[in-house]
Design a binder for this molecule. Sequence first.
Ligand code: NOJ
Length: 751
Amino acid sequence: MNWSSTSMRFKRCFCTLMVVFSLSCVIGLFADPKMEKTINDLLGKMTLEEKIGQMTLYTSGWATTGAKMDDNYMDYIKTGKCGAIFNALTAEYTKKLQKVAVESSRLKIPLIFGYDVIHGHRTIMPIPLAEACSWDMAAIEKSCRIAAIEASAEGINWTFAPMVDIARDPRWGRVAEGSGEDTYLGCLIAKARVKGFQGDDLSKPDTIIACAKHYAAYGGAQGGRDYNSVDVSERTLFETYLPPFKACVEAGVGSFMTAFNDLSGVPCTANKFLLTKVLHDLWGFNGFVVTDYTSINELVPHGIAANEEEAGKLSVLAGVDMDMEGGVYMKYLAKQVKDGIVPMNRIDEAVKRILIAKWKLGLFEDPYRYCDENRQREMVLNPKHLAFSLEMAKKSMVLLQNEKNILPLRKDIKKIAVIGPLASSTEDLLGSWHAAGDGKKPVSVLDSIKEIVNPGVEVLYAQGCDITESSHSGFQKAIETAKEADVIILTIGERESMSGEASSRSDIDLPGVQNDLVEAIATVKKPTVAVLFNGRPLTITKLTKKVDAILEAWFPGTMGGKAVAEVVFGDYNPSGKLTISFPRSVGQIPIYYNMKNTGRPIDPKNKYTSKYIDIPNTPLYPFGWGLSYTTFKYSGLTLSSKTIGEKDVLKISVDVKNEGKMGGEETVQLYVRNIAGSVTRPVKELKGYKKVQLNPSETKKVEFELNSNDLAFYRFDMSWGPEAGNFEVFVGGNSQETLNGKFELKMASAQ
Ligand code: NOJ
């Protein structure tokens, strides 16, 4: 980030805010006098090495996402050289480690225990991208609440979640862990997740510290290749990538994790602009910052540090408080402080932040409060959690296609063929980052279908092919099985490990020979439903032509098999809406609904306009897309005024009618376009949505309000605010099919 390149006006706004926020940070850091005394006393007693120990995080070695750097964590805990452990699980084991810290180390400072509680702990919920498609903030918050209840019963008091990276490139495997392509929705989801993990009081034994990651713009990795460089303008950074992180700060998130990537020339782990100026000075964050796995060490290959020693210096001076697994602080920091390269007050600041987190968790009062074996027995895989996981899975599924209303299927169809490599799989239902989830726990889709259909219905099965292998040897049996049946359910998609970290793909079509299987089954010419399991949008243009219906089940979690059966057989009417666009082909990537218009917007009759000559510009399925077993009709879009002033509220209403025969839920979406600004604006921006439940033939008036603040953006001079001018309003059930209106914003002061 080239700080010197920013406009003068932006610098001035920023500096004023900095002073205000810096003061509030200093005041806010020690809100509790007892905490202040304990922590200051401790700091007074700590050696430099013990302070650096608090800034050191090691994996206990169970699961790692990089090279294991050091195995001596037990010794380090005993000698005060390690203040935090991750990947240690169970009440019993964490208690054992905690006992060493509080009984054998000189100052008896308790450990904090981190873990990747990404979508559930033992009860696995749908992957975060799937949950986002529910557009249900209360449900998303509850999902994280349950995850925290289970994790905290097993000794965990810090999760490396939520991942709030806006991502617009489905080749990047980590789109699975986030909330999709939209910043507005991303902010709401970020807040809901922080609230869910942290609850309203961190000292309660069932709440855990959340960690906003990966700070920042990791989702912008060039080519969708994980860990790759990101180069975005300051405007895009502030407008698209940073808001969900700011939302986490507003929700009181306790920690931040730096991203692996280089951001416009400065790797995030050494990025003082991000880690100090924006995070602490501008946003007033008063928690602590941890690196991602060995990302200090990686400053050397990034080419910003000549060696690890220099890497450590750059990170600590940039504002990184804790070194995850790299061991760099442990090796070099003490000498750097003694040599006057790193000031002691920077060390004290980092240690204070970490000790405050431990205090807030109640660990000084009772270091074993998260290691309660009775609670573990009661809470882990609690039936209520499993019941919620089932609900969440159903809410997350998106009905992409339903020709001739083939879905829902009747439960008395005589013969059903379940075909495909994901029918009998259980672990794949859990999806990537199902860290503590047991792959044997889910009931497969095949078994769940057998359970849901009427007695006497025959459920036939053929695997057809493997998820990724190239053999066609199972095709013949699959075709014969299909021929026998009245309806075919194809269970296809990705293996759970094909999305998530280090799982970028250049081809995001169905892997292996699954497209060939689809073709082969299509020759049988029977009604066919495809159920997709995947952690990212897939380019399924071919599939849409070969099957009647497509249900996007994502990776739905522990109860995913049952959820699929309930949706397919109509016990549940799907209502999920995509929060990420599905491209027609990889060549369209990046593709997202809120693009710019360009100076030559597409005109099919004019060659020299912005388009492809081989495919349309539009995605296969747009942002906000999702069908229901009923249909909703939109009419009567009304705006309360044609003109609003700076302090006015514009009321927008629309009538939504359920025209089908089944009750259903619709997510009514409101988008706005700023027709002309001092900088170009997206063709549409989500500004609100409402979920409505409608009985057959029922109509509801859905109302929205907009004011000038909702129209604010980073203007030409990088100041934040609205600009007078003309706006278009769009309301509909997805980002493409909308009713449109217009209004004008008049401002007293000309912009
Ligand atoms: C690397 C991943 O990028 C990060 O998301 C995760 O939290 C850490 N490893 C710890 O497992």
